[in-house]
Design a protein around this ligand. Structure first.
Ligand SMILES: *[C@@H]1O[C@H](CO)[C@@H](O)[C@H](O)[C@H]1NC(C)=O
Ligand SMILES: *[C@@H]1O[C@H](CO)[C@@H](O)[C@H](O)[C@H]1NC(C)=O
Ligand SMILES: *[C@@H]1O[C@H](CO)[C@@H](O)[C@H](O)[C@H]1NC(C)=O
Length: 808
């Protein structure tokens, strides 16, 4: 005989063979328990509309909501959701009608989260099972037809169709099976007679509805009792009670009670639990005498919110009846929120715009209702905030610009508080680093740099050093120095200076000459090593200071040697008349070029004086007849440097009104090997010279009176500078003194023309080279002075100068 259960528990289970998208975008899949590892549940890439090729880059993964056990994986190549661990529906969900595993699919860049509900479907992997192998039932022989005797149901761990569906009772004379809601009963079909049959043995089979069908059996042993025996009766069919979770061990839950109409021992009832699941065993204890149920351990609402217990009452004769106890556990706020960091972009580049999501936070509170409602925040002093996202999720976003150079690390404390009373809270600190971006150019410590160096420095000497700072990280902040290309006086800057790329120390590449240039500017660039690099530049001014390295140079009279110049002094000259002038220049500047003139030796020491700074030679008194016609002077020119440098020259003066009177001039031709032509030429020249000399002296006289400013030596007509003024010491750009180059030019011009006159060319071989300093030892001069009478070439050089200059 087979009876189908009227209550089909499995109805709750719709057949979910396809995936369905829930309103909020959740995915839902349904699949059977106990599937092999690697079995495909569904294709999430397709169902979410994701690009399969990007799954790997976006780090698609499954995140279990609560447990950290991973039952599923995403196949990055195909987008399939596959099973990665054994899934036993009974182990996960017990006898709950619906078994849903909640998982999340996470994707990064941008962060994305999809919830997946995975419905685990039952398969018939458990057989029905009776609590005992043998059921003892005592039945009075007076029991009437139709009397019902409850039997404890069989239990099947599966659900729905796979749970117990029908029962089958072995054929017998007296009993048939009555199956109702939550009950299986033996129904008396033919009255018993103890005298005929004292004991009856039956076999009860429970069958489930699975495929293949599984069964479980129990033996039933029936004792037929005498007429006057009664079974215990519970005063309620179902007992209900409510206890708060975490109630102390030993708390009374409720008391069950059954009465038995029998007298004495036969009426004494003992209580016990019927079939009880493994999880519930040991949680409750029933007092067998009083029926009082007590807690043996604490109960947790979150794991078991409800208990269903079967209780039995048995009298002395062994007659048993059954009842049910339902215990509701109420929630207490005993779980603090749990903060999970689901995703974190760490480090965050410092250039992210405000509002960028850097992490996803999930908050869970296992309590229910208010006790499980959570508010979440981060501390105030960081540029981050939490933005609620779906359900228990928050995005951690930036609220302002980040700057690694100001703050490179953040400790973000997330605090979650539930709304229970008292509320519970928890916090978690997330460490976030800020990654560098090359956003700072190197900055020089000074706006410009100056270096001072004395001329004639050693090549390679250190001039100064520049320094720039870059607060960026590593190579983004590594500063390299270099010279910007440019020119100084037509040559590349690198031929003057070099800069050490690492230290910024600037060296001179060559020796500088103050007389060539006094200052120059270069640009030094500081560049960092980022990509792209940033740079800035700074001006470095190099000032060269003068060293007294040039002796005074005497331009007039021309240097000694084979040629001597003679000045004519009129016999009528009065005291104080200007006779001649020593002209000298010094290529240095300042004190180093401030020249002073001294007469070192004179034929008649009292006759001539020289202006200390002007170099003008004047008569000191009127010329008298007794004065020697030839007067020689040795003039020393000194600069004011430390130590001072000097030059000397000889000046030959002839006191005469007429050049023809000069006996030595007549002797000039003696050396000329009796060449008539030469003699004539000399006579002609001397005549013309005399004319010019007179002319010049007049002109000079006029000019010296009119002007007292510097003049070039041969300025158009033959003009000797009226005065050689001391230079302006502070003046660096050369306005106060003769530019040395000019002076050399003027002098060279004079000399270079000499080739036009073969006659005088020999006298001009000693023309001073441009770079040579005039120097003459005093002894040489002394010799020359003593020997002056024998000089046949008096005036030649001077004449030659006049001619050549006229010609030019
Ligand atoms: C963050 O916390 C760590 C350790 O907890 C500490 O070493 C570090 O200094 C903190 N950083 C900041 C910026 O407060
Ligand atoms: C330097 O900055 C660039 C961007 O400008 C960045 O990509 C790189 O990671 C930075 N380097 C370091 C060492 O932080
Ligand atoms: C040097 O710096 C100035 C401004 O500081 C800039 O205008 C110029 O372009 C820079 N020169 C080079 C070659 O980088």
């Amino acid at each position: 005989m087979a009876i189908t259960s009227s209550e089909v528990r499995g109805l709750v289970f719709g057949v979910l063979l396809y995936s369905l998208h829930l309103a909020e975008g959740d995915l839902s899949y349904s699949f059977s328990e106990e599937m092999r590892r690697g079995s495909v549940v569904g294709n999430v890439a397709k169902d979410l509309g994701l690009d399969v090729s990007k799954l790997s880059a976006r780090k698609a993964r499954i995140d279990a909501e609560v447990s950290n056990k991973h039952y599923f994986e995403i196949n990055i190549r195909t987008g399939d959701l596959v099973i990665s661990d054994r899934i036993d529906r009974e182990g996960l969900c017990g006898d709950k009608a619906s078994c849903v595993l909640k998982q999340e699919i996470m994707l990064e860049n941008p962060l994305e989260l999809h919830r997946v509900n995975l419905h685990v479907q039952d398969i018939n992997d458990n057989a029905p099972q009776f609590n005992r192998e043998l059921i003892q039932i005592d039945i009075s022989e007076s029991a009437v037809k139709g009397a019902r005797f409850p039997i404890e149901e069989a239990h099947d761990a599966d659900i729905g169709q796979n749970s117990v569906q029908t029962y089958n009772l072995q054929n017998n004379e007296n009993f048939i099976l009555g199956v109702g809601t939550n009950s299986v009963e033996l129904v008396l079909n033919k009255e018993l007679d103890r005298e005929k049959l004292k004991e009856i043995g039956l076999l009860l089979t429970a069958l489930d509805g699975g495929l293949p069908q599984r069964t479980g059996t129990v033996k039933i042993h029936i004792n037929v009792l005498d007429a006057n025996d009664n079974i215990p009766v519970f005063n309620k069919l179902v007992y209900k009670s409510t206890i708060p979770e975490n109630s102390p061990v030993g708390s009374a839950v409720l008391t069950v009670s059954a009465t038995d109409a029998d007298e004495g021992l036969n009426g004494e009832v003992t209580y016990d639990f019927g079939h009880i699941s493994d999880e519930v065993k040991g949680i409750f204890e029933i007092d067998s005498k009083t029926g009082k149920i007590k807690l043996m351990t604490t109960v947790d609402f979150e794991t078991m919110p409800l208990f269903e217990l079967r209780v039995t009452a048995k009298d002395g004769l062994g007659l048993t009846s059954y009842s049910k106890v339902i215990i509701d556990v109420t929630d207490v706020n005993d779980n603090a929120p749990i903060i999970n960091v689901k995703s974190l972009s760490n480090p965050v580049p410092e250039n992210v715009s405000p509002g960028t999501e850097v992490g996803i936070i999930n908050v869970q509170d296992r309590d229910s209702e208010k006790n499980g409602q959570v508010r979440c925040s981060v501390q105030l002093n960081v540029p981050f905030k939490l933005v609620p996202s779906i359900k228990n999720y928050y995005s951690l976003v930036t609220t302002g610009q980040l700057d690694r150079e100001l703050v490179s690390d953040y400790n973000i404390t997330i605090t979650a508080t539930d709304e229970g009373s008292p509320p519970l809270s928890s916090s978690k600190t997330v460490q976030l680093s800020v990654a560098d971006i090359n956003d700072n150019p190197p900055v020089f410590e000074e706006q410009s740099y100056s270096a001072y160096v004395s001329e004639n420095n050693k090549p390679g000497s250190t001039l100064c050093s520049v320094s720039a700072r870059d607060p960026d990280w590593r190579q983004n902040g590594t500063v390299i120095y270099s010279l910007l290309p440019g020119e100084v006086n037509g040559a590349s800057v690198s031929s003057y200076l070099s800069v050490n790329g690492d230290t910024g120390v600037i060296h001179a590449v060559r020796s500088f000459d103050y007389e060539q240039f006094r200052s120059f500017k270069v640009h030094v660039m500081a560049r960092d090593n980022g990509s792209p690099p940033l740079s800035s530049n700074v001006t470095v001014s190099v000032f060269i200071s003068d060293v007294n390295d040039n002796s005074p140079q005497i331009l007039y009279p021309a240097p000694e040697g084979s040629s001597f110049m003679t000045e004519l002094v009129p016999k009528a000259a009065h005291g104080g008349s200007l006779v001649s002038k020593v002209i000298a220049v010094d290529a240095d500047s300042g004190q180093n070029a401030w020249l002073s003139y001294h007469i070192v030796k004179a034929t008649d020491p009292g006759l001539f004086t020289i202006g200390l700074h002007s170099g003008e030679i004047r008569t000191q008194r009127d010329i008298s007849e007794s004065d020697s016609m030839k007067q020689n002077l040795i003039v020393a020119v000194k600069d004011n440097g430390q130590p001072s440098l000097s030059a000397t020259c000889a000046m030959y003066l002839l006191i005469s009104d007429n050049l023809a009177e000069v006996p030595e001039l007549k002797d000039i031709s003696y050396d000329e090997k009796n060449s008539k032509l030469t003699s004539y030429l000399i006579i002609a020249l001397v005549s013309v010279s005399t004319f010019f000399l007179t002319f010049i002296i007049i002109i000079l006289g006029v000019r010296f009176c009119r002007r007292r400013k510097p003049r070039l030596l041969f300025d158009g007509a033959v003009a000797i500078p009226g005065a050689y003024l001391p230079p302006n010491y502070a003046d660096v750009d050369g306005t106060g003194t003769l530019r040395s180059a000019y002076n050399y030019d003027a002098y060279l011009t004079t000399g270079s023309r000499t080739s036009d006159f073969k006659f005088v060319s020999s006298y001009n071989d000693n023309t001073l080279p441009a770079d040579q300093t005039l120097k003459k030892s005093p002894t040489e001069f002394a010799d020359m002075f003593g020997d002056s009478d024998a000089s046949p070439e008096v005036g030649m050089d001077f004449l030659q100068k006049i001619f050549s200059d006229k010609e030019s």
